[in-house]
Structures are given as structure tokens and as C-alpha cells.
Design a protein around this ligand. Structure first.
Ligand SMILES: [Zn+2]
Length: 249
């Protein structure tokens, strides 16, 4: 009897691992791989921090903006690339508050931190997200950056030689935001790039509402053109070098 119970318990544990492993495999299968560094057309640079990327946007005069900051609290990979390029970070544009995107932001003291108003409480650790997995953990406020300025949908910020335009695209999280700078549209986790050349909607296990996410991304696509967007950049995959996959999403 005891042996049978033990076997059942073991079966449940193995089953749970299989479901989790299968979900993770399905989430990342078929994506364009993330490289340690990726130079994008237009001049932005992707820097991998494990399975997630932050992006450096040079703004002239030895300065840069970041799109997200990875998960490493010391932001070692981003800092190494910045020092190689002799760039100082003036501003951080946060796509959303999941920890793997904001864990490194505090390493850039003095930088202005931008997000949508709806995302600020998630970034700063006041609330948890609403996804099947993400609802179980909040950010630790002590290790999180403070958002210094919130942006509305369509708002544009001029930094040095570069304009950064925000698109608030709720769905992956309540205030997920994409940014357009240097001809690259940065999606955060609102989409990923497939090796097949298509873009894939945000994974449901880590998302508040994937149907809303898809609608938001489609609505954003209608406001943009191939003249403005040369590259699609994603946090968990390599980039797609054309506007076309977004247009046909
Ligand atoms: Zn995320």
C-alpha cells in the first residue's frame, strides 16, 4: 500500500516535470536563437543575459539608452559591451516589469527610467502580473528601479540624436510597451521571432492575456510602415530584418 502511494506521488511529480518541460520546450522551439551580441540595422545592439536580451541604443555624444536591462543585478554583460563601446547610459526604456527585463536596471544609477503608467506598479514590485505562472511572484521593491517618467501610447522622447517612440500594447502584461528607435521596433515579450520568418504571439504561460496581446500588436502594426520599421527585435529570440512579418501578423 505504501509502495503504491509512493509510486503515485512519484508519477505526479514526473508528470508535472513533463508538463513544465514540455511547455518550456514549446515556448522556445522554432525561435531564432539569441546570440551573445547582435548588431541591428540602424545601430542598436542586442546583448544576451542568459535567455533574455537587453538592447543598447547609441544616442550620440558617447551616450546611450537601453531597452530593458536583463536579469543580472550587476548587468555585467551590458556593462561590458557599453564599456567596449565607451557609452554611458542616460535612459532606460522598460518594455515590461517581468524580473528578467528589469533585474539589471538598478546597476545604472542616475539613468532616467521610462515605462507606461500601467506598468509602473509591476516594475516597482507593488503588484504581481496576472499570467498562469507570473501571478505567483512579485518583484522585490528593494532591487527594482523607480520609474522616473511614464509615457503614453504614441509619445515620443528625444534623446541626443535619437527619437524613441512608445507604443503601449497591453496583453503580455497590463502595461507592456514597444519602442521604436533607429528603425528598430523593440517588442519586449509581446512577440518573438520564428526561424520560419514569422512572428509568434507572447507565450500564454507567462502572459496576462494573449488574445489582448495579439490585438494590441495588430493595432500597433496599423500605425506603422516599412519606411519607419526596418527591423523587429525581440527579447527572447533573434531579430527579423523586415516590417513584413508584423504587417502579416
Ligand atoms: Zn515577460
Amino acid at each position: 500500500m505504501r509502495k503504491r502511494r509512493l509510486l503515485i506521488a512519484l508519477g505526479i511529480v514526473v508528470g508535472l516535470f513533463a508538463v513544465c518541460g514540455g511547455t518550456m520546450a514549446a515556448t522556445f522551439a522554432g525561435l531564432i536563437p539569441v546570440m551573445p551580441t547582435t548588431e541591428l540595422i540602424g545601430g542598436a545592439i542586442g546583448v544576451a543575459d542568459g535567455y533574455v536580451q537587453g538592447f543598447i541604443v547609441p544616442i550620440g555624444n558617447g551616450q546611450a539608452a537601453l531597452i530593458d536591462c536583463g536579469q543580472d543585478p550587476e548587468a555585467k554583460a551590458l556593462k561590458a559591451k557599453l564599456s567596449e563601446l565607451r557609452l554611458e547610459v542616460k535612459a532606460i526604456f522598460v518594455t515590461h516589469g517581468h524580473r528578467d527585463h528589469v533585474g539589471g536596471c538598478k546597476a545604472f544609477a542616475g539613468a532616467e527610467v521610462f515605462s507606461s503608467a500601467a506598468e509602473k506598479p509591476l516594475i516597482e514590485g507593488e503588484v504581481a502580473a496576472n499570467g498562469p505562472i507570473t501571478r505567483f511572484s512579485k518583484n522585490d521593491p528593494a532591487t527594482m528601479p523607480k520609474v522616473t517618467r511614464t509615457l503614453t501610447d504614441g509619445e515620443e522622447v528625444s534623446l541626443g540624436d535619437v527619437k524613441v517612440k512608445a507604443f503601449v500594447i497591453p496583453g503580455h502584461t497590463a502595461g507592456s510597451t514597444a519602442y521604436l528607435a533607429l528603425g528598430t521596433l523593440f517588442f519586449g515579450d509581446a512577440a518573438t521571432g520564428e526561424a520560419s520568418g514569422k512572428i509568434r504571439n507572447a507565450p500564454w504561460v507567462f502572459s496576462d492575456d494573449t488574445a489582448q496581446c495579439r490585438e494590441s500588436v495588430r493595432a500597433m502594426a496599423k500605425k506603422l510602415s516599412a519606411d519607419e520599421v526596418k527591423t523587429l527585435a525581440f527579447a527572447h529570440s533573434g531579430p527579423l530584418p523586415s516590417f513584413e512579418p508584423l504587417k502579416s501578423f
